[in-house]
Design a protein around this ligand. Sequence first.
Ligand SMILES: *Cc1c(COP(=O)(O)O)cnc(C)c1O
Length: 425
Amino acid sequence: MKIETQCLHEGYTPKNGEPRVMPIYQSTTYVYNSTDAVADVFDDPQLGMIYSRFENPTTDAVEKKIAALEGGVAAMCTSSGQAASMLSVLNLCNAGDHFISSSSIYGGTVNLFAFTFKKMGIECTFIDVDASEEEIRAAIRPNTKCIFGETIANPALTVLDIEKWADIAHENGLPLIVDNTFATPFLCRPIEWGADVVVHSTSKYMDGHAVQVGGVIVDAGKFDWAKSGRFPEFTEPDESYHGTIYTEKYPHAPYIIKARHQLMRDFGCYPAANSSFLLNLGLETLAVRMERYCENGIKVAEYLESCDLVEKIKYAGLESDPHHDRAKKYLPKGCCGVISFTIKGGRKNAVKFMDALKLASNEVHVADIRTCVLNPASATHRQLTEEQLVAAGIDPGMIRFSVGIENVEDILADIKNAFDVVRNG
Ligand SMILES: *Cc1c(COP(=O)(O)O)cnc(C)c1O
C-alpha cells in the first residue's frame, strides 16, 4: 500500500460484522478463562494483553499503523513526546553510560538530556548538526550507547544528514534514534536512510488537531544488538522478566519489546485508549494535511523572504536556505508548515506583529491544523536576558510561524496586515 492508503487502512482490519472504526477499548484489564491462561500470557506477553498500563487494543491498532507508516517492525505509544524521547534513550543507557545528540533538537529534549538524565548518571554530548564526520567520531566513547537527532529540528528548522549520522553510528556498533516529529513519515522515513529507532511527539502533525498530547517509539528491527557487543541487557537474561533474553526470544523486535515489558511496565506513561482513538483520526488524514501544510508553507516562506521587514528566515524549502540540498534529498515532498523568521526591530516589533495577527493564534503549540505563532523570546525562552538569547541562538525578534491548512490567501492577508501595523506603528 502507498502511504496515503496506509494512513487509512493499516493497523485495523475489521472482520465480518465488526465495527468499521477501531472502537475505544476503555478497560484497564483483560479477562482469561483460567489461571493457567493468565500464566501463559505472563510467560509470553505476545500471546495476549495483560494490563492497560502498557498495552491496550485501541492503542495497539495505532501502534501497528505508525510502525507501518515508518517502515518499522513494531511501535509503542507513550503519553507524550517527552516520554517517547526519554524511554527511547533509557532503553539503551544506564547510570554511567553516555550518548551523543545533535544540538539542534527540541528545547524540552535538551532539558531532559542535559539536566534530568545527568541527575540519573547518564551523560549527553551535544554536537552541531553540521559537525564533520571526524567531530562525530571523536565524541564516541567506550560507554556510548546511541546517537540522537531530529529530521527537521524544532525550532531551529535545520535538516539532519540522517545517512551520514547513521553510517558513523553503525561503524561503531551504535543505533541512531531520529525524532521525526516535524517531517512525519509522509515527508521522510528515517528508517530508509539508516535510523534504527524513530520517535515522535504525536501531539504535533500526527494528531494535527491540538486535541491530545502523545508520543510514539518505532523499532526498525534492523539493529544487530548481539554483534554490537555494547548491549548485554539485550543479549543476557533479564532478571526482572524471568530471565528473558530479548534478542533470542523476540528476534524480530527486541528493542520495542524490551521497552514495553521493562520500561513501560515500570514507568506506566502509556496513553489512554480515548487519546489513541483521537490520534488515529488524525493519522487518517495525515497525508492530505501534510500536502497542504507544505504547499502553504513554501508560499508563506517565499512571501516572507521577499518582505522588507524580514531580517532573516529559516525554511529548508527555500533555495537560499543552507540546508536546501539536504531537504531535496530527505524531504522531496516538502518541508512542513513551520517557518522561523526574524523581524527587523527586535522583540518590540515581534510583539507588535504577533498582536496584530487576527487569523493566526498566539499559542504555545506548533504544527496545528490552524495557523499559530510564538515569539520564543517572550514565551518559551522568556527568562533569558537579551545576551543569553543571542548565546542560545534565538534572536529576540524571532517568530516561529506554524502555517495551518487554511486557504493560503487568508494567511498571507493576515501577515500583510500585521506588517502594515508594524510599519505604521
Ligand atoms: C513537542 C516536541 C517534543 C515533545 O513532545 P510533547 O508531546 O510536547 O511531550 C519532542 N520533539 C519535538 C520535535 C517536538 O516538537
